[in-house]
Structure formats: structure tokens, C-alpha cells
Design a protein around this ligand. Structure first.
Ligand code: HEC
Length: 148
């Protein structure tokens, strides 16, 4: 085998290895986000949006199968959850006019990314991954307290 053939083989090997590594890293990221997201949802969001994600009629809109979540850009959902939401919203044909307060600062940007990823990938919602970096760009509150 001549040098250029060897180089081509080696390059192909490196590319394949990188592809495998990045895929499994993303897979792991998502699994970790889903796990932490479920914890944050249970500890915080569930009080209002309920364990089923269905919310409460006239008071708390559903996050399960929400056409609002489906139709809005990811940045809007990050903004709503992190910075709060008030005024009239229509979710699955029902009007809500209430207040969601900003995500408390004891939840880190990683927690916010995890819980939004969890909601995007649960109850028939349309998927997607949110990173802490995306949260950081949009979240307005003071830098959250770092957890160990
Ligand atoms: C104290 C109650 C409360 C908590 C806790 C809460 N929300 Fe909300 N949420 C609301 C209310 C009320 C609205 C609608 C606000 C309005 O009427 O403008 C809303 C709206 C939303 C919406 C947009 C509308 C929809 O249902 O699709 C999303 C997405 C959402 N919340 C996600 C979350 C997530 C994720 C958490 C946890 C990090 C959370 N909420 C915690 C009360 C709450």
C-alpha cells in the first residue's frame, strides 16, 4: 500500500471515530438532561403544570401536547420559563391569563436547560435539546448560585 492510500484510510478512520464519539456524547448529554430535567420538573414545575403536564383548567396551561410549545421558537420557551410569562396566552384553544414567575435563581442554567429539554421531549411534544449556553444568552436574572 502506498503512502497516499494509507493516509486516506487513516483519515477515514479518524472521521469515523469522531462521528462515533460525538454521537454517543450527544446521547449521553440528552440522557443526563432528561434525568435532571425530570427532577427539576417534579420539584418545581409540577406544582402548577401537574405531574401529567396537563395543568389545571383556566389557571395553569398544559405543557403536555401544548400547541404553544410546538409553534413557538425554542428561544421563546426558554424566555418564558426563565424570565416569566404573563398576560393572555392561548394553549390548545383555551385562554389563560395568569402569571408565571421567573425561574428562581437557585436553579442553575444547567437546571433550566435540563427542565426545558425534559418538557420538549415529554408528553408528545416535538423534541429538541436546550443547552446551558442558550439559557445564559436569554435568561435575565442574576447569575444563578452554583451548585456543587
Ligand atoms: C407557580 C405556577 C407555575 C410554575 C411553578 C411554573 N409555571 Fe409555567 N406557567 C404558569 C402559568 C400561569 C402560565 C401561563 C401564563 C400566562 O397566562 O401568561 C405558564 C406558562 C408556561 C408555558 C407556556 C404555555 C404552555 O403551557 O405551553 C410553558 C412552556 C411553561 N409554563 C413551562 C414551565 C416549566 C418548564 C416550569 C418549571 C421550570 C414552569 N412552567 C413552572 C405557571 C407556572
Amino acid at each position: 500500500m502506498n503512502i497516499s492510500k494509507l493516509a486516506a484510510k487513516y483519515t477515514a478512520f479518524i472521521i469515523a471515530t469522531i462521528a462515533i464519539l460525538t454521537t454517543s456524547a450527544n446521547g449521553q448529554d440528552k440522557a443526563a438532561l432528561m434525568k435532571r430535567g425530570a427532577e427539576v420538573y417534579k420539584a418545581y414545575c409540577q406544582t402548577c403544570h401537574q405531574a401529567t403536564g396537563k395543568g389545571l383548567p383556566n389557571v395553569y396551561p398544559p405543557v403536555a401536547g401544548s400547541d404553544y410549545i410546538k409553534s413557538k421558537p425554542k428561544a421563546t420557551i426558554i424566555d418564558n420559563v426563565c424570565n416569566g410569562l404573563k398576560g393572555e396566552v392561548v394553549v390548545n384553544g383555551k385562554k389563560f391569563n395568569n402569571v408565571m414567575v421567573p425561574l428562581p435563581a437557585n436553579y442553575t442554567n444547567d437546571d433550566a436547560a435540563a427542565v426545558i429539554t425534559y418538557v420538549l421531549n415529554s408528553w408528545g411534544n416535538n423534541g429538541g435539546i436546550v443547552s446551558a449556553a442558550e439559557v445564559k444568552k436569554i435568561r435575565k436574572v442574576a447569575t444563578p448560585v452554583k451548585k456543587k
